[in-house]
Design a protein around this ligand. Structure first.
Ligand code: IMP
Length: 191
């Protein structure tokens, strides 16, 4: 079984990755690897931040690892919050603060089209490989559901009438941006 360090402190993402990758890969969290750092996301693109996160962890450990950076891109807001999705409503804001700001910015807007975009950066034997996953959908005007995290309560993926927060993980994974990116990585790794 291949062992990969997942460069994140987000337990939701770790659970999603494990549920997608199953038993083929052992995913080690930063905590399990004994690494206690807040990984910076200093850049203006998902791609550059994903590279930064995986290369920081690779420099620290010398081991194979991967990171991912995801943003919610709302078409009528010119792609915002995008790379700023985690801190849309300001530094140290909550998921709820971000949703409130998003819904306020979309108030009265008819075009509610949005997409989650994930960039996954894998460092394998010191070389970086990137994979992208997209999930298109819409932003609804009020929150529905309790599962998941982030913008899940206001995002309905195309092909469903439920928000991500109204789905259990296996159902979210049918649509998930992260799943699409991870499946590309898994296919690459098993070549
Ligand atoms: P990160 O920078 O990749 O950790 O993600 C940025 C932000 O995007 C997170 O803090 C969440 O608010 C949001 N986000 C990322 N993935 C998802 C998802 O699958 N569902 C809902 N929100 C997400």
């Amino acid at each position: 079984m291949s062992i990969l360090i997942f460069a994140t402190n987000n337990q939701h993402k770790v659970e999603e990755m494990r549920s997608i990758l199953g038993n083929d890969f052992e995913i080690i969290t930063l905590k399990e690897a004994g690494i206690d750092i807040d990984i910076p996301e200093p850049y203006n693109t998902l791609e550059a931040n994903a590279t930064e996160k995986s290369s920081v962890i690779h420099r620290l450990t010398g081991l194979d690892c991967f990171s991912e950076d995801t943003g919610l891109e709302v078409m009528s807001l010119n792609g915002e919050p995008g790379v700023k999705s985690a801190r849309y409503a300001g530094e140290n804001c909550s998921f709820d603060d971000n949703i409130k700001k998003l819904l306020a910015n979309l108030k009265g807007t008819i075009d509610r089209k949005a997409q989650f975009r994930t960039i996954l950066s894998l460092v394998l034997n010191g070389i970086e490989y990137k994979f992208e996953g997209l999930c298109k959908g819409i932003i609804i005007a009020y929150k529905r559901g309790e599962s998941g995290f982030g913008y899940d309560p206001v995002f309905i993926p195309d092909g469903s009438n439920k928000t991500f927060a109204e789905m259990e993980l296996p159902e979210k994974n049918i649509f998930s941006h992260r799943k699409k990116a991870v499946e590309k990585m898994a296919a690459f790794l098993s070549q």
